[in-house]
Design a binder for this molecule. Structure first.
Ligand SMILES: [Zn+2]
Ligand SMILES: [Zn+2]
Length: 362
């Protein structure tokens, strides 16, 4: 029995994203079918269409989502029909060297796959789905390890954010940077991830959380998330940060943009011996230049945080509990609730630096 569902598709590189009718395959062993209820518009989706990444086409966009399991294939053990689930765009295999060594976020079977085919078709031809999901669609077909059950009382819109921006942002603070009480944290780029970083840094007890964005309009959102300082990015950023950190620079800089220029700015605004954590996903040809002498004499650490350096099967349910118990407030992250056809307009808002998360309600 064929099922047709609406989904947001880009037919060719540089082409528009439009709502198309997709045909779902029969699900196979180990697969689940999820009725998507909410999907966040993430910067990585924009990267799929603005030339930063070069995914194959046609492409169903979307990967930050939550929904309800409506069908399970043979041998599925970790999901049942009716479960409310968060989708995981990088499900660990639990068998490779990285999974075996406690680094499931680097799982060798799922890392670096921008889009793949999973049996869904458009006009009887295979389409690719973003990060193995293609969640800007009424339903997705996914392997069972790509769904994480969460309590039914958790709002779908909040649950969706746990699957990408919140897991990424809170994990960068807790797991990668390991921010300690009293430390100063500079956060560059205040999209969904950056604002999650701000909230997590504050929750970790950071003494100063300095939020930076190119847009002055982000000030209110930054303060609502818990920033102690807000600075509009400029050529004098490192000087501005030093002025606010007793001349030293911040203990931590967390870069949530993914550009050489902002990684450089994060580096220069961090104190001697400080830590720079890159969360933003940048382009393959955008080179970061740091002098060899600077690397030695600054004694800074530069590292990346992939998917919050977390085990999503552990971290997502923990985040869900934090939300339900009132320890973590994410309501300020959602600034726009939209329909599928309005995602391109949400990309434009994102590119202009307006708002925080737009969430598609399906
Ligand atoms: Zn994302
Ligand atoms: Zn693995």
């Amino acid at each position: 029995m064929s099922r047709y569902i609406p989904g947001l598709v880009v037919r060719e590189a540089g082409g528009p994203a439009t709502v198309e009718e997709l045909r779902l395959p029969e699900i196979g062993p180990g697969q689940v079918r999820v009725r998507v209820r909410a999907a966040g518009v993430c910067h990585s989706d924009l990267s799929m269409i603005n030339g930063t990444l070069r995914p194959p086409h046609p492409l169903v966009l979307g990967h930050e989502a939550a929904g309800e399991v409506v069908e399970v294939g043979e041998h599925v053990t970790r999901a049942a029909v009716g479960d409310h689930v968060v989708l995981n765009w990088q499900p660990p295999c639990r068998r490779c060297w990285f999974c075996d060594h406690g680094q499931p976020w680097l799982c060798s079977t799922s890392s670096g796959v921008a889009a793949l085919e999973n049996g869904i078709t458009l006009d009887d031809a295979p389409v690719h789905v973003t990060l193995g999901l293609g969640a800007f669609a009424e339903q997705v077909v996914a392997p069972e390890n790509a769904v994480i059950a969460v309590p039914r009382e958790l709002d779908f819109e909040i649950a969706a954010l746990l699957g990408c921006s919140v897991l990424t942002g809170s994990g960068a603070v807790q797991n990668t940077a390991n921010v300690q009480p009293g430390e100063s944290v500079l956060v560059i780029g205040l999209g969904g991830v950056g604002l999650s970083v701000v909230a997590a840094a504050r929750a970790a007890g950071a003494g100063q959380v300095i939020a930076v964005d190119v847009s002055e309009a982000k000030k209110g959102l930054a303060e609502a998330a818990g920033a102690t300082d807000f600075v509009v990015s400029s050529d004098t950023l490192s000087k501005d940060i030093r002025v606010r950190t007793e001349g030293r620079g911040a203990d931590h800089a967390i870069e949530c943009v993914g550009r050489a220029s902002t990684i450089r700015a994060a580096w220069r605004a961090t104190r001697r011996g400080g830590q720079v954590t890159v969360v933003g996903m940048g382009a393959a040809d955008d080179m970061v230049q740091i002098a060899a002498l600077d690397i030695f004499s600054s004694a800074r650490t530069l590292r990346a945080s992939v998917y919050g350096q977390a085990d999503p099967d552990v971290a997502v349910p923990a985040l869900a509990r934090d939300v339900l118990d009132g320890r973590l407030s994410l309501d300020h992250l959602i600034t726009d609730r939209i329909e599928l056809a309005a995602v391109p307009a949400a990309f434009e808002r994102m590119a202009r630096g307006e708002g925080a998360r737009s969430v598609v309600r399906l």
